[in-house]
Design a protein around this ligand. Structure first.
Ligand code: ADP
Ligand code: MG
Length: 590
């Protein structure tokens, strides 16, 4: 979240905090608003987990239960004071989410939501069947939270504490999203596999956001237990989990403040429905679930992004992210000596079932060279890139980079050794700015973690990352688009943005998959100049491109693939005259 939305968010939260002071606030509303605050904490976590990270959880209420039961047991059976149990409740929830996360976040597709339903149900019965937790009757007689000796029994008093925590959660969540780890989390949506090519440990990023969301739920549970003064299993079951998810979706699954908006809308709606439905028809109270279903479907139909983004548009433009060019430069790896062997591909093959996409291909790239990899569509060029970057394992063969074998390494480790790439099918995060997308490329060059980001101890490193990203964007000529959402770029510009992201990795070898596709003549010229300049600076490039003028004028050496096999190799001039190459292009499927 950048400055403007955060200001608005704080202003609205401040208003909400003042509201109960107003003489027209009946106690009933005060307690409803308190409930909204409690739900907001959970919904904010879900916004990060589901809306931003793309992991749907129906089981979040169980983690509220962990926080609530931990403090309930410790305060009633062991005489702990509520404040003493706060760190313990968070630790319990943190450990539980870590354990559950380790086994579930790796589930893909529909299996993760199904997994969350499974634990949502199991913990409900666990809470209900453990004698020490009071069975389905639960635990009562929980003491209120005291501040400076004053017990917060009055709804108004507790209200302030709840919203103080909500405020803290909003700020910390915004901090997390606006950081190196935050960009990794935001890249998870839609799989996020591409991020591994820049060194992002996506499994770790998933776990971080999973535990973070769990901790917010646990915090909500801790507060809930002391507000309600009793706990029982029902508020921590699957139904509650679904309500929380609806809040996150309705409010705005991509923005932290959407969690608060969603919690407000759902709580007020729920309350009013309980009020009005029975008056409209007998037994109508049970219809609330149906009304919610309709609201949810309507929200998904008409406002995919939720209510908050729509409200947000009424406010001022978000301020662009600050760039401090005086920030220290990121560390650089010494480039290999010009002419030194850099990449050695030896007899590499890749099979997809019966199809041999890459068949016993060998070639090499020397430092400071631009090597073209050409061939008709389906020749195996992109697959070769995937093998070189660890996106897919080779079926056989050896790949040596800077003297070390890399064919069995995962994408992340190969990125760390200095191979960066672009993708034929552009893989930018559409909702993030060009600057933020490019900054993902620098993931391995400065490593502030989640915790330091949450507490803003990462700002010096972050400034260095952002300055580097901005420099690379200027280098490729996209300065004017720096602060635009990547999704708004024309295809050609998006490809160039991918080059900037790859350069951010400080690579020794750059793999470009059809970088000139979709560029206009002048832009192609600009790109060719850039690549020539990079070569002068010692960069090595492996280039897949269909524009023959582009390839012929730029490359030092060309490798030609056809149906997965290498059919020719040599300097551009020789390739242009090679009968085998002409045959492949003219007689091919194109
Ligand atoms: P190019 O980039 O040269 O156009 P590709 O490397 O994308 O070609 O594809 C080479 C062949 O491998 C094609 O026949 C393509 O259909 C096939 N192929 C590529 N990726 C996969 C995959 N993941 N599963 C099955 N077949 C694939
Ligand atoms: Mg391709």
């Amino acid at each position: 979240m950048s400055a403007a939305p955060r200001l608005i968010a704080l202003a609205v939260v401040a208003l909400a905090a003042i509201a109960p002071l107003l003489p027209f606030s009946p106690p009933y509303w005060v307690s409803l608003w308190g409930d909204i605050g409690l739900a907001s904490l959970v919904a904010i976590g879900l916004v990060l987990l589901t809306g931003v990270g793309g992991m749907t959880s129906f089981g979040q209420a169980a983690f509220v239960g962990f926080g609530a039961y931990t403090t309930a047991v410790l305060t009633t059976a062991f005489g702990f004071s509520p404040w003493a149990t706060l760190p313990i409740a968070l630790a319990t929830t943190g450990l539980a989410t870590l354990a559950i996360g380790l086994v579930t976040v790796r589930l893909s597709g529909h299996f993760l939501p199904l997994g969350t339903i499974a634990w949502g149900i199991s913990f409900f019965y666990l809470f209900g069947n453990l004698a020490v937790l009071g069975g389905f009757d639960g635990i009562s007689g929980i003491p209120p939270i005291s501040i400076a000796g004053f017990p917060l029994i009055d709804a108004r008093a507790v209200y302030y504490l709840i919203w103080l925590f909500v405020l803290i959660a909003i700020v910390l969540s915004g901090n997390l999203l606006d950081s190196r780890m935050g960009r990794a989390i935001r890249a998870l949506r839609g799989g996020g596999a591409f991020a591994e090519s820049f060194g992002v440990d996506t499994a770790q990023a998933k776990l971080v956001v999973f535990v973070y969301a769990g901790l917010l739920a646990g915090l909500s549970g801790w507060l809930y237990a002391h507000v309600q003064r009793s706990v029982s299993p029902s508020p921590f079951g699957l139904t509650a989990g679904i309500d929380y998810l609806i809040m996150a979706v309705i409010g705005g699954s991509g923005a932290v403040f959407g969690g608060v908006v969603g919690a407000g809308v759902v709580a007020v709606l729920n309350d009013q429905l309980q009020n009005w439905l029975p008056k409209l028809m007998e037994g109508g109270g049970n219809l609330a679930a149906i009304v919610f279903g309709v609201v949810l479907v309507a929200a998904l139909q008409f406002a995919r992004g939720g209510l908050w983004p729509a409200l947000r548009r009424l406010g001022p433009e978000a301020a662009p992210k600050r760039i401090d060019f005086s920030a220290a430069p990121l560390p650089k790896t010494p480039a290999p000596n010009r002419g030194a062997p850099l990449l050695e591909v030896a007899g590499v093959s890749k099979r997809f079932g019966g199809l041999v996409a890459v068949n016993d291909v060998s070639f090499s790239v020397k430092a400071g060279e631009i090597v073209g990899l050409i061939g008709p569509n389906g020749a195996g060029k992109s697959t070769t890139f995937n093998l070189l970057t660890g996106v897919a394992p080779a079926t056989s063969g050896a790949i040596t980079f800077r003297g070390a074998r890399i064919e069995t390494l995962p994408a992340r480790k190969i990125a760390a050794r200095g191979i960066a790439r672009t993708f034929q099918h552009v893989k930018l995060v559409p909702g993030m700015t060009v600057l933020e997308n490019v900054a993902i490329g620098a993931h391995l060059r400065a490593r502030p973690g989640a915790l330091s980001s949450i507490f803003r101890l990462d700002r010096a490193r972050e400034a260095e990352i952002i300055a580097e990203a901005a420099r690379q964007i200027e280098r490729v000529g996209l300065k004017a688009h720096m602060h635009k959402a990547a999704g708004s770029l024309a295809l050609g510009q998006a490809r160039v943005a991918e080059i900037a992201r790859a350069l951010c990795l400080d690579p020794a070898l750059l793999l470009l998959d059809e970088p000139a596709a979709g560029l206009r003549y002048a832009e192609k010229k600009q790109l060719a100049d850039l690549l020539a300049r990079l070569r002068e600076e010692g960069m090595s490039v492996l280039l897949v491109e269909h524009d023959m003028d582009f390839v012929m004028t730029l490359t030092d050496h060309i490798v030609v693939l056809d149906f997965g096999s290498k059919i020719a190799e040599g300097p551009p001039k020789a390739i242009a005259e090679s009968p085998a190459v002409l045959e492949a292009y003219l007689g091919g499927v194109e």
